[in-house]
Design a binder for this molecule. Structure first.
Ligand code: GDP
Ligand code: IMO
Ligand code: MG
Length: 443
Protein backbone atom coordinates (compact mmCIF):
# COMPACT_ATOMS: atom_id res chain seq x y z
CA UNK A 1 0.00 0.00 0.00
CA UNK A 2 1.09 3.54 -0.48
CA UNK A 3 -0.17 7.05 -0.85
CA UNK A 4 1.52 8.97 -3.66
CA UNK A 5 0.94 12.68 -4.21
CA UNK A 6 1.50 14.42 -7.55
CA UNK A 7 2.07 18.16 -7.26
CA UNK A 8 2.93 20.91 -9.72
CA UNK A 9 6.28 22.55 -8.97
CA UNK A 10 5.85 25.70 -11.09
CA UNK A 11 2.79 27.78 -12.12
CA UNK A 12 0.53 24.89 -13.11
CA UNK A 13 0.21 23.16 -16.50
CA UNK A 14 3.41 21.21 -15.91
CA UNK A 15 1.85 18.11 -17.47
CA UNK A 16 0.35 16.67 -14.26
CA UNK A 17 -2.51 15.08 -16.25
CA UNK A 18 -0.11 13.08 -18.40
CA UNK A 19 2.03 11.96 -15.44
CA UNK A 20 -1.01 11.00 -13.36
CA UNK A 21 -2.32 8.99 -16.28
CA UNK A 22 0.99 7.11 -16.49
CA UNK A 23 0.99 6.44 -12.72
CA UNK A 24 -2.65 5.38 -12.64
CA UNK A 25 -1.71 1.90 -13.86
CA UNK A 26 -0.59 1.03 -10.34
CA UNK A 27 -3.25 3.02 -8.46
CA UNK A 28 -6.57 1.86 -7.06
CA UNK A 29 -7.93 5.26 -6.06
CA UNK A 30 -7.28 8.65 -7.69
CA UNK A 31 -8.32 11.69 -5.67
CA UNK A 32 -8.39 15.44 -6.28
CA UNK A 33 -7.80 17.42 -3.08
CA UNK A 34 -8.19 21.10 -4.01
CA UNK A 35 -9.11 23.59 -6.71
CA UNK A 36 -12.13 23.39 -8.95
CA UNK A 37 -12.85 23.62 -12.65
CA UNK A 38 -10.10 26.23 -12.99
CA UNK A 39 -7.81 23.23 -13.61
CA UNK A 40 -7.26 21.73 -17.05
CA UNK A 41 -5.47 18.37 -17.10
CA UNK A 42 -4.72 16.90 -20.49
CA UNK A 43 -4.34 13.23 -21.31
CA UNK A 44 -3.57 12.12 -24.84
CA UNK A 45 -4.51 8.62 -25.89
CA UNK A 46 -3.58 7.85 -29.46
CA UNK A 47 -4.86 10.81 -31.44
CA UNK A 48 -7.52 11.71 -28.92
CA UNK A 49 -7.04 14.52 -26.41
CA UNK A 50 -9.00 14.49 -23.15
CA UNK A 51 -9.04 17.64 -20.99
CA UNK A 52 -10.36 17.19 -17.45
CA UNK A 53 -11.32 20.13 -15.28
CA UNK A 54 -12.85 18.55 -12.19
CA UNK A 55 -13.00 14.79 -12.43
CA UNK A 56 -9.72 12.95 -11.77
CA UNK A 57 -8.04 11.77 -14.96
CA UNK A 58 -8.11 8.25 -13.47
CA UNK A 59 -11.70 7.95 -14.75
CA UNK A 60 -10.15 6.96 -18.10
CA UNK A 61 -9.01 3.68 -16.57
CA UNK A 62 -11.57 1.01 -15.96
CA UNK A 63 -11.96 -0.28 -12.43
CA UNK A 64 -10.38 2.68 -10.64
CA UNK A 65 -12.11 4.68 -7.93
CA UNK A 66 -12.13 8.48 -8.45
CA UNK A 67 -12.71 10.94 -5.65
CA UNK A 68 -13.36 14.66 -5.39
CA UNK A 69 -12.33 15.46 -1.84
CA UNK A 70 -13.66 17.98 0.66
CA UNK A 71 -10.98 20.49 -0.37
CA UNK A 72 -12.37 20.77 -3.91
CA UNK A 73 -14.98 23.40 -4.83
CA UNK A 74 -17.63 22.17 -7.23
CA UNK A 75 -19.89 23.90 -9.71
CA UNK A 76 -22.67 21.32 -10.25
CA UNK A 77 -23.31 22.56 -13.77
CA UNK A 78 -19.62 22.15 -14.73
CA UNK A 79 -19.61 18.72 -13.09
CA UNK A 80 -22.72 17.54 -14.95
CA UNK A 81 -21.30 18.76 -18.26
CA UNK A 82 -18.02 16.96 -17.61
CA UNK A 83 -19.79 13.71 -16.71
CA UNK A 84 -21.90 14.00 -19.86
CA UNK A 85 -18.83 14.62 -22.01
CA UNK A 86 -16.97 11.67 -20.48
CA UNK A 87 -19.93 9.36 -21.05
CA UNK A 88 -20.18 10.51 -24.66
CA UNK A 89 -16.61 9.28 -25.06
CA UNK A 90 -17.83 5.84 -24.02
CA UNK A 91 -16.26 5.97 -20.57
CA UNK A 92 -18.09 4.65 -17.56
CA UNK A 93 -19.02 7.13 -14.81
CA UNK A 94 -21.10 5.44 -12.18
CA UNK A 95 -19.83 3.39 -9.32
CA UNK A 96 -16.36 4.77 -9.89
CA UNK A 97 -16.93 8.42 -8.90
CA UNK A 98 -17.44 9.68 -5.33
CA UNK A 99 -17.77 13.28 -4.21
CA UNK A 100 -17.19 14.49 -0.68
CA UNK A 101 -20.27 15.70 1.18
CA UNK A 102 -17.96 18.30 2.75
CA UNK A 103 -16.90 19.81 -0.60
CA UNK A 104 -18.17 23.35 -1.14
CA UNK A 105 -20.35 24.56 -3.98
CA UNK A 106 -19.43 27.12 -6.59
CA UNK A 107 -22.63 29.11 -7.13
CA UNK A 108 -23.55 31.49 -9.97
CA UNK A 109 -22.88 34.55 -7.80
CA UNK A 110 -19.32 33.34 -7.22
CA UNK A 111 -18.60 33.45 -10.91
CA UNK A 112 -20.12 36.91 -11.31
CA UNK A 113 -18.07 38.19 -8.36
CA UNK A 114 -14.93 36.65 -9.88
CA UNK A 115 -15.50 38.44 -13.18
CA UNK A 116 -16.61 41.77 -11.69
CA UNK A 117 -13.80 41.84 -9.11
CA UNK A 118 -11.23 41.28 -11.85
CA UNK A 119 -12.69 44.11 -13.91
CA UNK A 120 -12.62 46.44 -10.91
CA UNK A 121 -8.93 45.61 -10.27
CA UNK A 122 -8.07 46.95 -13.71
CA UNK A 123 -4.29 46.89 -14.19
CA UNK A 124 -3.91 45.08 -10.89
CA UNK A 125 -6.04 42.14 -11.96
CA UNK A 126 -4.92 38.60 -11.06
CA UNK A 127 -5.85 37.07 -14.39
CA UNK A 128 -8.15 34.44 -12.86
CA UNK A 129 -9.87 31.80 -14.92
CA UNK A 130 -13.20 33.52 -14.14
CA UNK A 131 -14.75 30.30 -12.87
CA UNK A 132 -15.77 31.61 -9.43
CA UNK A 133 -13.14 29.60 -7.59
CA UNK A 134 -11.73 32.43 -5.44
CA UNK A 135 -15.16 33.72 -4.29
CA UNK A 136 -16.28 30.17 -3.41
CA UNK A 137 -13.22 29.66 -1.18
CA UNK A 138 -13.78 33.16 0.24
CA UNK A 139 -17.25 32.10 1.40
CA UNK A 140 -15.88 28.83 2.78
CA UNK A 141 -13.41 30.71 4.99
CA UNK A 142 -16.06 33.32 5.89
CA UNK A 143 -18.25 30.40 7.03
CA UNK A 144 -21.10 31.25 4.69
CA UNK A 145 -20.25 28.62 2.07
CA UNK A 146 -22.65 25.82 1.16
CA UNK A 147 -21.29 22.28 1.37
CA UNK A 148 -22.60 19.28 -0.55
CA UNK A 149 -24.10 17.95 2.70
CA UNK A 150 -26.03 21.22 3.12
CA UNK A 151 -27.11 21.09 -0.52
CA UNK A 152 -28.47 17.57 -0.03
CA UNK A 153 -30.66 18.88 2.82
CA UNK A 154 -33.40 20.73 0.95
CA UNK A 155 -34.54 22.94 3.84
CA UNK A 156 -31.05 23.86 4.90
CA UNK A 157 -30.06 24.61 1.30
CA UNK A 158 -33.16 26.78 0.90
CA UNK A 159 -32.34 28.76 4.00
CA UNK A 160 -28.61 29.21 3.28
CA UNK A 161 -29.08 30.06 -0.37
CA UNK A 162 -31.81 32.58 0.43
CA UNK A 163 -29.64 34.39 2.99
CA UNK A 164 -26.60 34.34 0.73
CA UNK A 165 -28.41 35.59 -2.35
CA UNK A 166 -29.98 38.49 -0.49
CA UNK A 167 -26.59 39.47 0.95
CA UNK A 168 -24.70 39.02 -2.34
CA UNK A 169 -27.34 41.03 -4.21
CA UNK A 170 -26.86 44.01 -1.92
CA UNK A 171 -23.34 44.61 -3.15
CA UNK A 172 -23.80 43.26 -6.67
CA UNK A 173 -26.73 45.55 -7.44
CA UNK A 174 -25.53 48.69 -5.64
CA UNK A 175 -21.85 48.58 -6.41
CA UNK A 176 -21.53 46.56 -9.59
CA UNK A 177 -24.83 47.57 -11.21
CA UNK A 178 -25.71 43.90 -11.73
CA UNK A 179 -29.40 43.05 -12.03
CA UNK A 180 -29.12 40.71 -9.03
CA UNK A 181 -29.86 37.00 -8.71
CA UNK A 182 -33.38 35.69 -8.35
CA UNK A 183 -33.54 33.21 -5.51
CA UNK A 184 -36.36 31.09 -6.99
CA UNK A 185 -34.63 30.68 -10.30
CA UNK A 186 -31.32 29.54 -8.75
CA UNK A 187 -32.99 27.33 -6.17
CA UNK A 188 -35.10 25.53 -8.79
CA UNK A 189 -32.15 25.13 -11.14
CA UNK A 190 -29.98 23.72 -8.37
CA UNK A 191 -32.70 21.29 -7.31
CA UNK A 192 -32.66 19.98 -10.89
CA UNK A 193 -28.85 19.65 -10.83
CA UNK A 194 -29.12 17.88 -7.50
CA UNK A 195 -31.07 15.01 -9.05
CA UNK A 196 -28.16 14.38 -11.39
CA UNK A 197 -25.37 14.42 -8.85
CA UNK A 198 -26.82 13.23 -5.53
CA UNK A 199 -25.86 9.64 -6.29
CA UNK A 200 -22.17 10.56 -6.18
CA UNK A 201 -22.22 12.43 -2.85
CA UNK A 202 -20.87 10.57 0.15
CA UNK A 203 -18.35 10.77 2.97
CA UNK A 204 -15.23 10.16 0.89
CA UNK A 205 -13.07 10.20 4.00
CA UNK A 206 -14.52 6.79 4.88
CA UNK A 207 -13.70 5.40 1.42
CA UNK A 208 -10.13 6.64 1.76
CA UNK A 209 -9.80 5.30 5.29
CA UNK A 210 -11.03 1.86 4.20
CA UNK A 211 -8.88 1.88 1.06
CA UNK A 212 -5.77 2.71 3.06
CA UNK A 213 -6.51 0.07 5.67
CA UNK A 214 -7.08 -2.51 2.90
CA UNK A 215 -3.61 -1.78 1.54
CA UNK A 216 -4.75 -0.06 -1.65
CA UNK A 217 -2.68 2.43 -3.63
CA UNK A 218 -3.91 6.00 -3.50
CA UNK A 219 -2.86 8.62 -6.04
CA UNK A 220 -3.55 12.21 -5.03
CA UNK A 221 -3.96 14.48 -8.05
CA UNK A 222 -2.82 18.02 -7.38
CA UNK A 223 -4.16 20.89 -9.44
CA UNK A 224 -2.39 24.21 -10.15
CA UNK A 225 1.19 24.42 -8.89
CA UNK A 226 3.41 25.51 -6.00
CA UNK A 227 3.78 29.10 -7.24
CA UNK A 228 -0.03 29.40 -7.35
CA UNK A 229 -0.46 28.14 -3.77
CA UNK A 230 -2.37 30.60 -1.56
CA UNK A 231 0.40 30.53 1.06
CA UNK A 232 3.58 29.78 -0.88
CA UNK A 233 2.87 31.30 -4.29
CA UNK A 234 3.46 34.90 -5.32
CA UNK A 235 0.59 36.44 -3.36
CA UNK A 236 -1.85 37.83 -4.51
CA UNK A 237 -1.17 36.33 -7.97
CA UNK A 238 -2.24 32.91 -6.75
CA UNK A 239 -5.25 30.63 -6.68
CA UNK A 240 -7.33 30.39 -3.51
CA UNK A 241 -6.33 26.95 -2.24
CA UNK A 242 -3.30 25.02 -1.02
CA UNK A 243 -2.08 23.30 -4.15
CA UNK A 244 1.03 22.12 -2.28
CA UNK A 245 1.20 18.83 -0.39
CA UNK A 246 -0.44 20.20 2.79
CA UNK A 247 -3.66 20.40 0.77
CA UNK A 248 -3.76 16.58 0.71
CA UNK A 249 -4.15 16.42 4.50
CA UNK A 250 -6.84 19.10 4.70
CA UNK A 251 -8.51 18.38 1.36
CA UNK A 252 -8.85 14.61 1.65
CA UNK A 253 -8.45 13.84 5.33
CA UNK A 254 -5.22 11.89 4.85
CA UNK A 255 -2.83 12.43 7.75
CA UNK A 256 0.77 13.56 6.98
CA UNK A 257 2.26 10.28 8.23
CA UNK A 258 0.20 8.32 5.70
CA UNK A 259 1.82 10.04 2.73
CA UNK A 260 4.58 7.81 1.36
CA UNK A 261 5.84 9.68 -1.63
CA UNK A 262 5.57 13.05 -3.30
CA UNK A 263 6.23 13.39 -7.01
CA UNK A 264 6.84 16.89 -8.31
CA UNK A 265 5.92 17.47 -11.94
CA UNK A 266 8.24 19.92 -13.62
CA UNK A 267 8.27 21.29 -17.14
CA UNK A 268 11.69 21.44 -18.84
CA UNK A 269 11.15 25.22 -19.09
CA UNK A 270 8.64 27.51 -17.35
CA UNK A 271 5.17 28.80 -18.21
CA UNK A 272 2.45 30.74 -16.49
CA UNK A 273 -1.04 31.96 -17.38
CA UNK A 274 -2.47 35.07 -15.79
CA UNK A 275 -0.78 38.09 -14.29
CA UNK A 276 2.05 38.48 -11.80
CA UNK A 277 5.85 38.41 -11.72
CA UNK A 278 7.72 35.73 -13.63
CA UNK A 279 11.50 36.16 -13.27
CA UNK A 280 12.64 34.03 -16.23
CA UNK A 281 9.93 35.19 -18.64
CA UNK A 282 11.08 35.59 -22.26
CA UNK A 283 9.12 38.35 -23.93
CA UNK A 284 11.05 37.93 -27.18
CA UNK A 285 11.01 35.55 -30.13
CA UNK A 286 12.59 32.76 -28.03
CA UNK A 287 9.58 32.85 -25.70
CA UNK A 288 7.24 32.79 -28.70
CA UNK A 289 9.10 29.79 -30.10
CA UNK A 290 8.69 27.91 -26.83
CA UNK A 291 4.98 28.74 -26.94
CA UNK A 292 4.67 27.46 -30.49
CA UNK A 293 6.73 24.32 -29.99
CA UNK A 294 5.07 23.50 -26.66
CA UNK A 295 1.55 24.47 -27.84
CA UNK A 296 1.37 26.63 -24.74
CA UNK A 297 -2.25 27.71 -24.66
CA UNK A 298 -4.41 27.31 -21.54
CA UNK A 299 -6.35 24.03 -21.37
CA UNK A 300 -9.18 25.82 -19.53
CA UNK A 301 -9.39 29.33 -20.97
CA UNK A 302 -7.33 29.00 -24.17
CA UNK A 303 -5.18 32.00 -23.12
CA UNK A 304 -1.61 32.03 -24.44
CA UNK A 305 0.81 30.96 -21.72
CA UNK A 306 3.77 33.17 -20.90
CA UNK A 307 7.00 31.22 -21.45
CA UNK A 308 10.53 31.36 -20.04
CA UNK A 309 13.62 29.33 -19.14
CA UNK A 310 13.78 26.76 -16.37
CA UNK A 311 13.90 28.47 -12.98
CA UNK A 312 15.79 26.28 -10.51
CA UNK A 313 15.15 28.73 -7.65
CA UNK A 314 11.42 28.07 -8.05
CA UNK A 315 11.74 24.30 -8.36
CA UNK A 316 14.18 23.99 -5.44
CA UNK A 317 11.71 25.97 -3.33
CA UNK A 318 8.88 23.66 -4.49
CA UNK A 319 10.99 20.60 -3.65
CA UNK A 320 11.38 21.82 -0.08
CA UNK A 321 7.80 23.02 0.49
CA UNK A 322 6.34 19.75 -0.82
CA UNK A 323 9.02 17.36 0.43
CA UNK A 324 9.40 16.11 -3.11
CA UNK A 325 10.94 12.63 -3.32
CA UNK A 326 11.12 12.37 -7.10
CA UNK A 327 10.72 14.68 -10.06
CA UNK A 328 8.76 13.90 -13.22
CA UNK A 329 10.28 16.03 -15.99
CA UNK A 330 7.92 16.85 -18.87
CA UNK A 331 8.06 18.45 -22.32
CA UNK A 332 11.78 17.85 -22.81
CA UNK A 333 11.07 17.38 -26.54
CA UNK A 334 9.90 21.00 -26.77
CA UNK A 335 13.56 22.08 -26.40
CA UNK A 336 14.67 19.95 -29.38
CA UNK A 337 15.35 22.97 -31.61
CA UNK A 338 17.16 25.17 -29.06
CA UNK A 339 20.85 25.62 -29.77
CA UNK A 340 21.43 26.97 -26.28
CA UNK A 341 19.33 26.29 -23.21
CA UNK A 342 19.43 28.29 -19.97
CA UNK A 343 18.84 27.35 -16.35
CA UNK A 344 18.28 30.10 -13.81
CA UNK A 345 20.43 29.23 -10.80
CA UNK A 346 19.79 32.33 -8.67
CA UNK A 347 18.63 35.92 -8.81
CA UNK A 348 20.62 39.12 -8.82
CA UNK A 349 18.95 41.65 -6.56
CA UNK A 350 20.39 44.92 -5.29
CA UNK A 351 23.99 43.76 -5.67
CA UNK A 352 23.27 40.46 -3.90
CA UNK A 353 22.72 36.94 -5.17
CA UNK A 354 19.48 35.36 -3.95
CA UNK A 355 19.25 31.56 -3.90
CA UNK A 356 15.94 31.37 -2.03
CA UNK A 357 12.64 32.54 -3.46
CA UNK A 358 11.76 35.92 -1.90
CA UNK A 359 8.35 36.79 -0.43
CA UNK A 360 8.23 40.50 -1.20
CA UNK A 361 6.43 41.34 -4.42
CA UNK A 362 8.68 44.34 -5.00
CA UNK A 363 11.84 42.27 -4.61
CA UNK A 364 10.55 39.52 -6.92
CA UNK A 365 9.72 42.13 -9.58
CA UNK A 366 13.31 43.41 -9.52
CA UNK A 367 15.06 40.02 -9.49
CA UNK A 368 17.31 39.43 -12.48
CA UNK A 369 17.91 35.77 -13.29
CA UNK A 370 21.46 34.44 -13.25
CA UNK A 371 21.76 31.83 -15.98
CA UNK A 372 23.86 28.78 -16.59
CA UNK A 373 24.17 28.18 -20.33
CA UNK A 374 23.96 24.69 -21.72
CA UNK A 375 24.28 23.27 -25.23
CA UNK A 376 21.10 22.01 -26.86
CA UNK A 377 20.87 18.69 -28.72
CA UNK A 378 19.16 19.73 -32.01
CA UNK A 379 17.70 16.30 -32.48
CA UNK A 380 14.18 14.94 -32.44
CA UNK A 381 13.67 13.15 -29.12
CA UNK A 382 9.92 12.90 -29.22
CA UNK A 383 8.74 9.46 -28.20
CA UNK A 384 12.08 8.21 -26.87
CA UNK A 385 11.29 5.78 -24.04
CA UNK A 386 14.74 4.86 -22.79
CA UNK A 387 17.22 7.13 -21.03
CA UNK A 388 20.14 5.54 -22.87
CA UNK A 389 18.69 6.61 -26.22
CA UNK A 390 18.64 10.30 -25.35
CA UNK A 391 21.29 12.57 -26.90
CA UNK A 392 24.24 13.28 -24.58
CA UNK A 393 23.34 16.97 -24.23
CA UNK A 394 19.79 16.09 -23.22
CA UNK A 395 21.20 13.76 -20.54
CA UNK A 396 23.47 16.58 -19.33
CA UNK A 397 20.51 18.96 -19.11
CA UNK A 398 18.47 16.43 -17.11
CA UNK A 399 21.38 15.71 -14.77
CA UNK A 400 21.97 19.42 -14.24
CA UNK A 401 18.32 19.92 -13.27
CA UNK A 402 18.46 16.98 -10.88
CA UNK A 403 21.69 18.25 -9.29
CA UNK A 404 20.61 21.82 -8.92
CA UNK A 405 17.21 20.89 -7.48
CA UNK A 406 18.89 18.20 -5.36
CA UNK A 407 16.19 15.69 -6.26
CA UNK A 408 16.23 12.46 -8.28
CA UNK A 409 14.01 11.95 -11.28
CA UNK A 410 11.68 9.01 -11.72
CA UNK A 411 9.95 9.93 -14.98
CA UNK A 412 10.93 11.83 -18.13
CA UNK A 413 8.22 12.71 -20.61
CA UNK A 414 9.17 13.05 -24.27
CA UNK A 415 5.75 13.60 -25.79
CA UNK A 416 2.06 13.99 -25.03
CA UNK A 417 1.16 10.33 -25.27
CA UNK A 418 1.29 7.70 -22.54
CA UNK A 419 3.92 5.66 -24.29
CA UNK A 420 6.17 8.69 -24.92
CA UNK A 421 7.65 8.30 -21.48
CA UNK A 422 10.93 7.21 -19.92
CA UNK A 423 10.34 5.37 -16.64
CA UNK A 424 13.46 5.42 -14.52
CA UNK A 425 11.76 3.35 -11.82
CA UNK A 426 9.51 0.33 -12.12
CA UNK A 427 6.80 1.45 -9.75
CA UNK A 428 6.21 4.72 -7.99
CA UNK A 429 4.00 3.07 -5.38
CA UNK A 430 6.96 1.50 -3.57
CA UNK A 431 5.45 -1.94 -3.36
CA UNK A 432 6.30 -5.10 -5.22
CA UNK A 433 2.80 -6.34 -5.67
CA UNK A 434 2.17 -6.49 -9.39
CA UNK A 435 -1.08 -8.43 -9.15
CA UNK A 436 -2.79 -5.19 -10.13
CA UNK A 437 -0.98 -5.14 -13.46
CA UNK A 438 -1.93 -2.32 -15.74
CA UNK A 439 -3.73 -2.87 -18.98
CA UNK A 440 -4.08 -0.12 -21.56
CA UNK A 441 -7.66 0.89 -21.89
CA UNK A 442 -9.18 -0.12 -25.21
CA UNK A 443 -10.28 3.01 -27.00
P1 GDP B 1 -1.55 20.03 -16.27
O1 GDP B 1 -2.51 21.13 -15.96
O2 GDP B 1 -0.35 20.06 -15.39
O3 GDP B 1 -2.19 18.68 -16.32
O4 GDP B 1 -1.01 20.32 -17.74
P2 GDP B 1 -1.90 20.74 -19.03
O5 GDP B 1 -2.62 19.55 -19.50
O6 GDP B 1 -2.67 21.97 -18.74
O7 GDP B 1 -0.76 21.20 -20.04
C1 GDP B 1 0.28 20.36 -20.41
C2 GDP B 1 0.25 20.20 -21.94
O8 GDP B 1 1.47 19.60 -22.36
C3 GDP B 1 -0.85 19.27 -22.43
O9 GDP B 1 -1.27 19.70 -23.70
C4 GDP B 1 -0.14 17.92 -22.54
O10 GDP B 1 -0.75 17.04 -23.50
C5 GDP B 1 1.22 18.36 -23.01
N1 GDP B 1 2.34 17.47 -22.62
C6 GDP B 1 2.51 16.78 -21.47
N2 GDP B 1 3.71 16.17 -21.46
C7 GDP B 1 4.30 16.47 -22.64
C8 GDP B 1 5.57 16.16 -23.22
O11 GDP B 1 6.40 15.50 -22.64
N3 GDP B 1 5.82 16.68 -24.46
C9 GDP B 1 4.93 17.47 -25.13
N4 GDP B 1 5.28 17.93 -26.33
N5 GDP B 1 3.73 17.77 -24.62
C10 GDP B 1 3.42 17.30 -23.38
P1 IMO C 1 -3.82 23.24 -13.70
O1 IMO C 1 -4.38 22.31 -12.66
C1 IMO C 1 -2.35 27.22 -14.64
C2 IMO C 1 -4.11 30.56 -12.44
C3 IMO C 1 -4.92 31.57 -13.20
C4 IMO C 1 -4.59 32.82 -12.39
C5 IMO C 1 -4.56 32.29 -10.96
C6 IMO C 1 -5.85 32.48 -10.18
O2 IMO C 1 -4.32 23.00 -15.07
O3 IMO C 1 -2.33 23.33 -13.61
P2 IMO C 1 -8.20 31.23 -10.27
O4 IMO C 1 -9.20 31.09 -11.36
O5 IMO C 1 -7.69 29.93 -9.74
O6 IMO C 1 -8.67 32.14 -9.16
O7 IMO C 1 -6.94 32.00 -10.95
O8 IMO C 1 -4.27 30.91 -11.06
N1 IMO C 1 -4.54 29.15 -12.58
C7 IMO C 1 -3.87 28.23 -13.29
N2 IMO C 1 -2.79 28.36 -14.08
N3 IMO C 1 -2.90 26.01 -14.45
C8 IMO C 1 -3.98 25.86 -13.64
O9 IMO C 1 -4.46 24.67 -13.29
C9 IMO C 1 -4.54 27.02 -13.05
N4 IMO C 1 -5.59 27.24 -12.24
C10 IMO C 1 -5.57 28.55 -11.95
O10 IMO C 1 -4.51 31.69 -14.54
O11 IMO C 1 -3.32 33.27 -12.72
MG1 MG D 1 -3.52 22.65 -16.94
Amino acid sequence: MSVVVVVGTQWGDEGKGKIIDVLTKDADVIARYQGGHNAGHTVMIGEEEFVFHLIPTGILHRGKICILGNGVVIDPCALINEIKWIREKGIEVDNNLFISDRAHLVLPYHQIYDIKDEKRRGDNKIGTTGRGIGPSYTDKIARIGIRMADYMDKDLFYERLKTNISEKNLFLVRYYGHEGFKFDEIFDRFMEYRKEIEGYITDTNIILKESISQGKNILCEGAQGTMLDIDFGIYPFVTSSNSTVGGVCTGLGIAPGKIDRVIGVVKAYTTRVGEGPFPTELSDSVGMRLRDQGKEYGATTGRPRRCGWFDAVVVRYAAWINGIDRLALTKLDVLDRCEKIYICTGYQYNGKILKEFPSSLNIIKKCQPIYKEMDGWIEDIRGIDSFDDLPENAKRYIEEISNIVETDLSIISTGQRREETILLEENSFLNNDHSNQYKWRDT
